[in-house]
Write a protein that binds this ligand. Sequence first.
Ligand SMILES: Cc1cc2nc3c(=O)[nH]c(=O)nc-3n(C[C@H](O)[C@H](O)[C@H](O)COP(=O)(O)OP(=O)(O)OC[C@H]3O[C@@H](n4cnc5c(N)ncnc54)[C@H](O)[C@@H]3O)c2cc1C
Ligand SMILES: *[C@@H]1O[C@H](CO)[C@@H](O)[C@H](O)[C@H]1NC(C)=O
Ligand SMILES: *[C@@H]1O[C@H](CO)[C@@H](O)[C@H](O)[C@H]1NC(C)=O
Ligand SMILES: *[C@@H]1O[C@H](CO)[C@@H](O)[C@H](O)[C@H]1NC(C)=O
Ligand SMILES: *[C@@H]1O[C@H](CO)[C@@H](O)[C@H](O)[C@H]1NC(C)=O
Ligand SMILES: *[C@@H]1O[C@H](CO)[C@@H](O)[C@H](O)[C@H]1NC(C)=O
Ligand SMILES: *[C@@H]1O[C@H](CO)[C@@H](O)[C@H](O)[C@H]1NC(C)=O
Ligand SMILES: *[C@@H]1O[C@H](CO)[C@@H](O)[C@H](O)[C@H]1NC(C)=O
Length: 528
Amino acid sequence: MKELVLSLFIFILAKHVNSCYSIPTKEQFQSCLSKNHSIFKNPINLTNHTSDSKVFTDFSESSSPNSSFLNLNFTSLKPILILKPKSESEIKRSILCSRKLGVQVRTLSGGHDYEGLSYLSQSPFIIIDLVNLRSININLTEETAWIQSGATLGELYYKIAKTSKIHAFSAGICPSVGVGGHISGGGFGTIMRKHGLASDNVVDARLMDVNGKIRDRRTMGEELFWALRGGGAASFGVVLSWKVKLVRVPEKVTCFISQHTMGPSMNKLVHRWQYLGAELDEDLFIRVIIDNTQDGNQRRVKTTFQALFLGGIDRLIPLMNQKFPELGLRSQDCSEMSWIESIMFFNWKSGQPLEIMLDRDQRYEDLYFKAKSDFVQKPVPENVFEEVTKRFLEKETPFMILEPFGGRISEISETESPYPHRRGNLYNIQYMVKWKVNEVEEMNKHVRWMRLLYDYMTPYVSTSPRGAYLNYRDLDLGTTRGINTSFEDARKWGERYFRGNFKRLSLVKGKIDPTNFFRNEQSIPPLF
Ligand SMILES: Cc1cc2nc3c(=O)[nH]c(=O)nc-3n(C[C@H](O)[C@H](O)[C@H](O)COP(=O)(O)OP(=O)(O)OC[C@H]3O[C@@H](n4cnc5c(N)ncnc54)[C@H](O)[C@@H]3O)c2cc1C
Ligand SMILES: *[C@@H]1O[C@H](CO)[C@@H](O)[C@H](O)[C@H]1NC(C)=O
Ligand SMILES: *[C@@H]1O[C@H](CO)[C@@H](O)[C@H](O)[C@H]1NC(C)=O
Ligand SMILES: *[C@@H]1O[C@H](CO)[C@@H](O)[C@H](O)[C@H]1NC(C)=O
Ligand SMILES: *[C@@H]1O[C@H](CO)[C@@H](O)[C@H](O)[C@H]1NC(C)=O
Ligand SMILES: *[C@@H]1O[C@H](CO)[C@@H](O)[C@H](O)[C@H]1NC(C)=O
Ligand SMILES: *[C@@H]1O[C@H](CO)[C@@H](O)[C@H](O)[C@H]1NC(C)=O
Ligand SMILES: *[C@@H]1O[C@H](CO)[C@@H](O)[C@H](O)[C@H]1NC(C)=O
C-alpha cells in the first residue's frame, strides 16, 4: 500500500518535473526530508546536513567546468544537497525524497571514482555521503567482518591489524579508497594472487533498493548478490554493508623494491617480468611501476619492481634466484614486517605511525589526471617498452602500473562473478597522466597524449573486446544516454568491463530497478 501511494506520488511529481523542468530547490528537498509525512517515518533532523562539502568544493566548484572529467560536459550543476546520513532510515528517506522530487542520487563512499561519478552529475542530483556509516565488526571465530560501506580500506586494515596479527583482507593498496565503490568494482591488491579480488571475498551484503527496502543475501537472491560482486553497486541501489571473509597471512611477510633507470637493461627486465609475474608462486606478488624521475635538469624514465612475499627472506631469496635471477635480489634489499606494515610500504609510508591509515582525506587535491586500463594476454615485445619510454620523456608525470594475475584469480571462472578478466590474462596495465594546472587547454593536451598512448598499445593488449577494469573507470569507452538507454547502446562499453556478463547484469538491473532510478553515465541499463 505504501509503495502504491509512493508510486502515485512520484508519477505526479515526475510529470510536473518533466513539464516545466524546474530543478527542486534545497528548501524543497529539506522540507521533504523533515516533514512528518504519512509515508515517511523518522523525519531527518537537518541540523548537520549541509550543501557544502570538501569533496564538492574540491571537484565541482573549483574545477568544473574545467575538471578532468572528460568527455562529459559537466555544467557547474551543484548537488542540491549533500546528505550525510547517520542511520539507514535516513538513507531510505533520502532515496524516497529523490524519487518524489525527480532528482538523481549519487552515492559516495571514498570518493575515488576516476571520473567523479560519485559526486558529479549532468542532471539535478543529491549526494548521499556515507562517511558517518563506517563501523567495522570483526568476528575472529568466523574469520569474517561486517563493514559499513562508508569505511575506507585503511580503516578496515587498521582494525584488522589491531585485532589479529595473522589476518588480512584482500583488497587495494591505497588506504583512503572506500569499500563502497572498491569492493563492488573488483579490487586489485597485493595478496590477490593468493586470495582473489576483494569482490571474490564477499560472503554477504545488505543493499537498500529503490523502494528503501533492505535486502541481504538471502532476501535479495543469488542473481543480485552475484551482480554486486564486481558489477558496480551504483546501478542497483545503495550497499549499506558488506560481510567479507578475512584471510590468513603469516605474522612476518617480506617486501622489497628494486629500481632501474631507463636503458636497454631496464626494458629487458620488464620484458622478462611479463613471463613470470603471473606464473610465480602465489605467495609472491611483484608489480611494476614505470614513471619519471628528475635528475638535475635531466628527465629519466625509471622502473620500480615493488614486491610482497607471504613468507620470510630465507624462502624468498632462493625463489628469486631460481625464477628471476636477472633482478639480482639480495637479502639486504629485503625487509621483513607485518602485513599492515607492508601496506604502508606499498604506500611509501614505511616507518610512519599506523594511524595514517585512518586519514580519509588523501584525495587528489589540486591535481588532475586521466587514466585508462588494459589487460595483457601475451607478452608485449621489448621494443614497445622503448617506445613507451620515449613517450614518457615528453611528459612531467606520466605513469604506468603493471599488476600480475595468475594464482587464485585464474582459478575462478569468468562467469562466477561479473569481473571476467580471469584465466589467460597475464597482467593489468593502468596508465595515468597527471597535471597541476586546471585549464582546458592543459587538460586537452594531456588527454590527447593519453589517448594516443592507448591507441599505440592496441596491437599488444586484449581484443574482442579490448578489456577495461571498472574500478579504473574511463568515460572514453562510452556513456549511457539518460533514463532510456538501451542495452544495445550500452554494450559498446559494458562488454569491455564485463564481457559476456554484461547481459546478465542488465537482466538483474531490470528486476531490481526497472525504472532505472539508480543511474549514472556508466550504469547498467535494465533489460527485461
Ligand atoms: C589513489 C587511488 C588508489 C587506488 N588504488 C586502487 C587499488 O590499489 N586497487 C584497485 O583495484 N583500485 C584502486 N583504485 C580505484 C578504486 O578501486 C575505485 O576508484 C573505487 O571505485 C573507489 O571506491 P570509493 O568508494 O572510494 O569511490 P566512490 O567515488 O565513492 O564510488 C565509486 C562508485 O561506486 C559507487 N558507490 C560508492 N559507494 C557505494 C555504495 N555504498 N553503494 C552503491 N554504490 C556505491 C559510486 O556512486 C561510484 O559510482 C584507486 C583509486 C585511487 C584514486
Ligand atoms: C510524526 O507522526 C507520528 C504519528 O504519525 C507521531 O507519533 C510523531 O510524534 C510525529 N513526529 C513529529 C516530529 O511530529
Ligand atoms: C535537531 O538537532 C539539533 C541538535 O542536535 C537540536 O537542537 C534540534 O532541536 C533538533 N531539531 C528537531 C526538529 O528535532
Ligand atoms: C550534530 O553534530 C553535533 C556535533 O558533531 C552532534 O553533537 C549532534 O548530535 C549532531 N546532531 C544531529 C541531529 O545529528
Ligand atoms: C556545457 O554546457 C553549458 C550549459 O549547458 C554550455 O553553456 C556550454 O557551452 C557547454 N560547453 C561545451 C564545451 O559544450
Ligand atoms: C561469531 O561467529 C560465530 C559463528 O558463526 C557466532 O557463534 C558468534 O556469535 C559470532 N560472534 C559475534 C560477536 O558476533
Ligand atoms: C576554466 O578555463 C577557462 C578557460 O581556460 C579559464 O578562463 C577559467 O579561469 C578556468 N576556471 C577555473 C576555475 O580554473
Ligand atoms: C522512456 O521510456 C518510457 C517507456 O517507453 C517512456 O514512457 C518515457 O517517455 C521515456 N522517457 C524519456 C525521457 O525518453
